[in-house]
Write a protein of this length. Structure first.
Length: 129
């Protein structure tokens, strides 16, 4: 998901391709925060070209605040599009498949009903190894 300031020239488009972002500046999550997302900005940058990252921020809310202020655009988790920030728009990036790795650790003989219900819910959504 791409976060843009409301007045950005791409803000009125419904879908945006990575090629449209070649000359953009990015506000990005810190490398530590981005580990699970395997380099969101790098993933949409054409081979042989480095993205122009003007800031690496340790938390998503500050990333969004800087985007809203017009510092740059950002590639973030789609779940952040649920935040209501009047100065931001979120747009789908087409032609990009991004995933995040997650792990679920639990006790082998877990007996708490709420925990086992959660484990079963996760198992029904994705295969656990």
């Amino acid at each position: 998901m791409l976060a843009l300031p409301v007045g950005h020239h791409l803000a009125t488009r419904k879908q945006i391709t990575p090629a449209m972002l070649i000359d953009e500046t990015f506000v990005s999550a810190s490398l530590k925060m981005e580990v699970g997302f395997r380099g969101n900005v790098a993933a949409i940058t054409p081979a042989g070209k480095s993205p122009r990252i003007v800031a690496r921020i340790p938390d998503a809310l500050t990333v969004l605040t800087l985007v809203a202020a017009g510092v740059g655009v950002s590639v973030l988790s789609a779940s952040l599009a649920n935040l209501a920030m009047p100065s931001l728009v979120f747009r789908e990036l087409t032609g990009v498949t991004r995933t995040a790795d997650h792990a679920l650790v639990y006790r082998k003989n877990e007996s708490a009903p709420v925990v086992t219900a959660f484990i079963n819910s996760v198992r029904s959504q994705k295969r656990l190894r």
